[in-house]
Design a protein around this ligand. Sequence first.
Ligand SMILES: NC(=O)c1ccc[n+]([C@@H]2O[C@H](COP(=O)([O-])OP(=O)(O)OC[C@H]3O[C@@H](n4cnc5c(N)ncnc54)[C@H](OP(=O)(O)O)[C@@H]3O)[C@@H](O)[C@H]2O)c1
Length: 372
Amino acid sequence: MQQQLDSSVPNYKLYNIMQKIISSNPPLLDYTSCSVSIFHFQPSTKPQCNMMIPNAKLYDRKPVFALNSKSHNSLNPKKHSICPAILDFRNPITNHFDTEEMAEEESCISGTRWSVKGVHALVTGGTSGIGHAIVEDLAGFGATLHTCARNEAELIKCLKEWESKGFQVTGSVCDMTCQAQREKLIEEVDFLFRGKLNILVNNVGINYRKPTVEYSAEEFAKLRITNFDSAYHLCQLAHPLLKESRKGSIVFISSIASVVSLGTGSIYAASKAAINQLTKNLACEWAKDNIRSNCVAPGCTRTPLVEHLLHNKEFMDEMTSRTPLQRIAEAQDVSSLVAFLCLPAASYITGQIISVDGGLTVNGFQPSFRIT
Ligand SMILES: NC(=O)c1ccc[n+]([C@@H]2O[C@H](COP(=O)([O-])OP(=O)(O)OC[C@H]3O[C@@H](n4cnc5c(N)ncnc54)[C@H](OP(=O)(O)O)[C@@H]3O)[C@@H](O)[C@H]2O)c1
């Protein structure tokens, strides 16, 4: 099975072929793991990224394939070298590169107003809470997704679950607070989705609840970088891919703390308010590229982020009594709006900040007695 790669084959086509080999039944490879290394195809360089593709396996316990993930055109023959365990990307029967597979260049967007079938999406922080629900909704509606998180074990667990549900989801370990890792993430997405991204969901967010005077400079920076800087930079990096798709949609996950004071901590609230403003600016600035930008602002939602609050009866009683719908949100209450905003059916909606809060933010004064 060892074979030098044909230098005339573009990356995305190799990816198609690799996918075919990976999913072949009976397997063409001795599958032993579920990790694929992609790296610049030079013997001296270290792996550039480590991307997990469900069901992708190591061949002979060595990287399945090696590519220059930056190149869209063709692999540079001068960079080639024979890797100890390079896959044979040729069709094992015809002994040729499979041109039928190569023909599938465009993501096949189905064209219906209520479908994301064939659409490519990146959802950050997809292994837990709201992000997890967004991945499941979009994948359930037929999108092909990439997600990321810091915890590798959790990511692998989620990818296996999604695979068993028949969802097309890949993932990368990535700390969104690190600029270099964000760049690597987009390189991977660029490669996986052949230079086009239809949906970017900026979901990652953290919080430390404290009185304003108690925040350290480190906490201030960590909150700001995680909640705002990372999303801003990811949009910059993703812009060429969104533009290339000709129908891009960005959805930010903000919070109702961005519009009303909730005692969540002032830095969190301010970082989310900055996201709201970014939403509006990108909506206007990138409309010419047919990229929409919207923002979902959840109220208190049952996820690990607010786990400690969910066990506090006093907090929960107060929260539900102030909420017209008398309950906190489930992650799916939020993800359904995100999915809607990504649909072609939402193609005239841009620049909006929409609360999913059971009516909390519109609940003013409700007298308990009737006034005539
Ligand atoms: N839950 C609520 O009540 C609520 C309300 C309003 C708004 N929100 C917003 O909704 C979004 C999702 O929150 P959630 O409640 O679903 O949180 P969650 O359950 O804690 O999930 C957060 C996800 O983001 C990932 N993540 C966190 N920091 C990361 C980083 N630096 N780099 C990469 N991945 C990172 C986590 O995985 P790793 O830990 O493995 O990295 C996890 O997958 C956040 O923006 C939050 O502010 C939540």
